[in-house]
Design a protein around this ligand. Structure first.
Ligand SMILES: Cc1cc2nc3c(=O)[nH]c(=O)nc-3n(C[C@H](O)[C@H](O)[C@H](O)COP(=O)(O)OP(=O)(O)OC[C@H]3O[C@@H](n4cnc5c(N)ncnc54)[C@H](O)[C@@H]3O)c2cc1C
Length: 376
């Protein structure tokens, strides 16, 4: 058996940044990814918040800035939201993941594709991975929403999910390029939202629903034909998957192992954004594991667990939204209400948290003092 310091299961966002941070500090690191190449068939829309762009220097060719949000009610009326200086990034997800893999490899990590993790056993030094004939001092599970490692280690796994499905289209016209187009509709996107994103290469159109309801993507696209021009448009691909929606998973400390990203449930139950926490905590874990293995630093899990988002308030809002499922007529009415607009602004543009003083000050601000809104 080959001896290594760190084995990472899953070459997604969390696994790759963890590998880069550990390898660059000198830890012998191998990433095991089941797909034939990193970034193959991504399941995600890949929208990133500005905070990620500020911390990670992504090459310009893989990202496109989008400054505003256009929020539609079911009758297709809309309001425009923005916050000066803020933006989202649409991404070429395959390209971006490939670039993250390149960064990890350049830092000394080995990336092994076509390598599906099935089992591991504890040994005195750490973990044996018999399928890969490797023994690792530390093991990281970054293998997504249905983590095989979580079930192998018998720790709590994700139980609540949203179902997300998306198509990529070429030549959809009439879509304002500087907007994330977000659709509220309890019929098509029950329990969540629909979206149309002018992406890096084409237009990404998708929706997510609570898992008891099948996403009705074809019907949704039929609806969009009323406001966008699909005359010359062609569908070039489809993606989708499960989005953990039950909040961060809490498990007892594991000997020389930890879970990251979707495997640890670190996805906002309200916005379904999981890439930001996957990247932030992935990097933190890589640093902590290298410090622990190479210099006798503290238990990495103890450091990570202090940084895990709790999502308590967002979880509450998600459950409320799911249980009450507002009728479309109510959503049509709400979109015109100043308080609802401020709430939407707070959800989209307060990434430091809905419970911050600043978020609530903005939420309760008088309409005429609110210069961030453009209502059409
Ligand atoms: C339709 C959809 C749209 C989304 N849109 C957004 C968005 O716009 N913005 C956002 O922030 N978040 C979004 N999310 C959530 C986001 O994609 C995830 O939170 C994020 O990808 C988590 O990264 P990760 O590295 O933890 O897991 P993943 O990206 O899932 O990576 C896990 C990797 O592990 C590999 N793997 C799995 N099992 C094994 C195994 N047994 N052996 C070896 N390898 C294995 C997988 O092939 C994969 O490459 C979306 C999710 C979906 C489904």
């Amino acid at each position: 058996m080959r001896q290594i310091d760190l084995a990472i299961i899953g070459g997604g966002f969390a696994g790759l940044v963890c590998a880069q941070a550990a390898a660059v500090r000198g830890a012998k690191t191998v990433v095991f990814e089941r797909k034939p190449f990193i970034g193959a068939k991504p399941h995600t829309t890949g929208i990133l918040v500005k905070e990620v762009a500020d911390r990670f220097d992504f090459p310009e060719k893989f990202v496109r800035k989008i400054h505003k949000v256009r929020l539609y009610s079911p009758n297709l009326n809309f309001i425009d939201l923005h916050s000066p200086g803020y933006y989202f990034l649409a991404t070429d997800t395959t390209g971006l993941l490939g670039w993250l893999a390149e960064q990890a490899a350049n830092s000394g990590a080995e990336i092994r594709c076509d390598s599906t993790f099935r089992d591991c056993q504890k040994n005195p030094q750490g973990w044996s991975l018999p399928d890969f004939t490797v023994s690792a001092r530390y093991l990281v599970g970054a293998d997504g929403a249905r983590s095989r490692l979580a079930s192998t280690l018998q720790v709590p796994a994700n139980r609540k999910f949203l179902l997300g499905v998306e198509q990529e289209w070429d030549n959809v016209r009439g879509l304002e390029p500087d907007f994330l187009h977000v659709f509220l509709d309890s019929h098509f996107a029950r329990g969540y939202i629909g979206w149309a994103v002018p992406g890096v290469h084409g237009t990404q159109i998708g929706l997510a629903t609570s898992e008891r309801h099948a996403p009705r993507l074809d019907e949704f696209i039929g609806r969009l034909r009323k406001i966008f021009d699909f005359g010359d448009a062609t569908c070039t691909g489809q993606r989708g998957g499960l989005i953990p929606a039950g909040g961060t998973l809490h498990h007892p400390p594991l000997a020389s192992a930890l879970l990251l990203g979707d495997a640890a449930g670190t996805v906002s139950p309200l916005t379904a954004g999981g890439i930001h926490p996957a990247l932030e905590l992935g990097r933190l874990a890589g640093v902590a594991i290298a410090n622990h293995l190479l210099d006798g630093g503290p238990d990495p899990w103890q450091q990570i667990r202090r940084q895990l988002p709790s999502y308590a308030f967002k979880n509450l809002l998600r459950r409320g939204f799911e249980t009450l499922t507002p009728p479309n007529a109510l959503l049509d009415f709400a979109l015109n209400q100043p308080l609802f607009r401020r709430f939407a602004q707070t959800v989209f543009f307060h990434h430091r948290g809905l419970l911050t003083l600043e978020a609530w000050r903005d939420l309760l601000r008088l309409p005429d003092a609110n210069r961030d809104f453009v209502s059409l």
